[in-house]
Design a protein around this ligand. Structure first.
Ligand code: DUC
Ligand code: ZN
Ligand code: ZN
Ligand code: ZN
Length: 469
């Protein structure tokens, strides 16, 4: 029994407003908010309620990271965070829900993929979790399974225009899956890069002796991201389906999204902290250090960052997720020594997202309400978790972060909690960090201590996207 908890005296921030309010938590839910100092709020602290003093702090909804890959098989290895270590690290960073990707492998069913991911996550997570499914093999049976999964709360499907021979689907398969999604209310998520053309450039680069990590960024050209983005949008129009483009990194792709949205299409875009804070310069770090920054879509020249920040303000990009997909430098990233194409793709970041975006508030890129909208409320609405998740409102799950906006700290692998031997943001100084984190009413982070438990986190079935009618 988690009893009654009052979070007292903080600044409660939502996507639309801020108020000095006390928050009453009973059991797993938020049951009321009242102005700090009001008779009602004072009445809550009589009796045996536990009081969390939030004076001088923000009180925000727990972060929703709608794009993570725990225990994800890639390039003959597997991402280094388990659901246990990855969700614990998420909690440390103020994220209280992840939406991870179950993987259908070619020749198997969506069901087998989803069951496998349930088995990985069940009983091990520190915070709540949900699933999308990666569709790698579009068949008549797969299309029928999509309808069943939507009814089970898996209401979004990711497809790949990249990675031929692994996750890749051709345009016909994409169109068929999009048509099905248009019928069953699901959201199609797209990895938009022209993988067929990229593979040609990879082969040519390697043949020319260009094997270093920085060539990963050169061959995965901006134009091959924007071309795929454009094509995905046209296919979605033909299918009459909504579209969510994941990990948008290049200005050219943002322009495609903006044009589609100006036409009134249900096209949404996501970007990730690595595209906002890192660049191709990192890929050129010496001694194979660039391998730490190999992800797809790749990091871009620094000029793209300004476009991404602008798009986050204008809503042409409306979600910031991490694409958390960690691989250790030692033994995993090193698989690509002498051949950048063999470096497992992915960066760690699930623990850093809330703080990096708060730093963006400090730096003047976004307002603090927009911070909450991008990191909590819109992901919840986009992926059918709202109103249970994503806001501090009566009836919502008590997933709450008491956030200290003045706590300075330095991001480092020596202090992070992700199961990976480096940090993509090593040495970066940020201002702001979670002090207390509640997951469904239970304190899981208490200042400098993790007090949660593996298995507290539950599977959350999702409804359909709140932005569609
Ligand atoms: N990109 C990555 O960087 N990692 C996992 C898969 C992907 O699309
Ligand atoms: Zn992807
Ligand atoms: Zn991904
Ligand atoms: Zn404090």
């Amino acid at each position: 029994d988690t009893g009654r908890t009052v979070i007292r005296g903080g600044l409660v921030i939502s996507a639309t407003e801020e108020m000095h309010a006390d928050v009453l938590v009973e059991g797993e839910r938020i049951t009321a908010l009242a102005a700090t100092g009001s008779t009602l709020a004072e009445s809550w602290t009589s009796g045996d309620a536990r009081v969390i003093d939030a004076a001088g702090h923000y009180v925000i909804p727990g972060g929703i990271d709608a794009h993570t890959h725990m225990e994800f098989p890639f390039g003959g290895t597997q991402s280094s965070d388990t659901f246990e270590t990855g969700t614990r690290a998420a909690a440390w960073g103020g994220t209280t829900t992840i939406v991870d990707f179950a993987v259908q492998t070619v020749g198997s069913s969506l069901r087998e993929g989803l069951d496998t991911w349930h088995a990985k996550a069940e009983g091990t997570c520190a915070i709540d979790y949900a699933f999308h499914t990666i569709v790698s093999d579009v068949t008549e049976d797969t299309l029928k399974e999509m309808d069943v999964l939507v009814d089970e709360g898996v209401t979004s499907f990711k497809m790949f225009m990249a990675y031929p021979g692994v996750f890749y689907s051709d345009d016909g398969k994409i169109l068929r899956a999009m048509q099905r999604a248009a019928d069953n209310g699901a959201l199609t998520m797209m990895h938009a890069e022209n993988g067929i053309a990229i593979d040609v450039l990879v082969e040519q680069a390697l043949a020319a002796g260009k094997t270093d990590p920085r060539y990963h960024g050169e061959v995965r050209r901006e134009l091959l991201e924007s071309e795929a983005t454009h094509r995905a949008i046209q296919l979605a129009r033909v299918a009459g389906a909504p579209l969510y483009v994941v990990h948008v990194s290049a200005s050219e792709a943002v322009a495609e999204l903006a044009q589609a949205r100006d036409m009134g299409l249900n096209v949404f875009g996501e970007t990730c902290p690595q595209y906002l804070f890192l660049s191709v310069d990192n890929l050129a770090e010496p001694d194979f250090g660039g391998a730490k920054y190999v992800c797809s879509t790749p990091l871009r020249p620094v000029e793209h960052q300004a476009t991404l920040w602008r798009a986050l303000r204008t809503n042409d990009l409306s979600v910031v997720s991490t694409d958390h997909c960690p691989f250790c430098f030692s033994g995993q990233k090193e698989l690509g020594r002498g051949n950048f194409a063999k470096i497992p793709n992915g960066l760690p970041g699930v623990e850093n997202r809330m703080d990096l975006l708060h730093q963006a508030v400090v730096d003047g890129h976004i307002s603090r309400r927009r911070w909450i909208e991008l990191a909590c409320t819109t992901p919840a609405r986009m992926f059918g978790l709202y109103p249970r998740k994503g806001s501090i409102s009566p009836g919502a799950d008590a997933d709450i972060v008491v956030y200290d906006p003045n706590a300075r700290h330095t991001i480092s692998a020596s202090t992070h909690h992700m199961n990976v031997d480096y940090s993509a943001y090593e040495g970066k100084r940020v201002t702001g960090m979670p002090r207390t984190v509640l997951s469904r009413g239970r304190v899981v982070i208490d200042d400098d201590a993790y007090v949660g438990s593996a298995g507290h986190g539950r599977y959350v079935p999702r409804s359909t996207c709140d932005y569609l009618t």
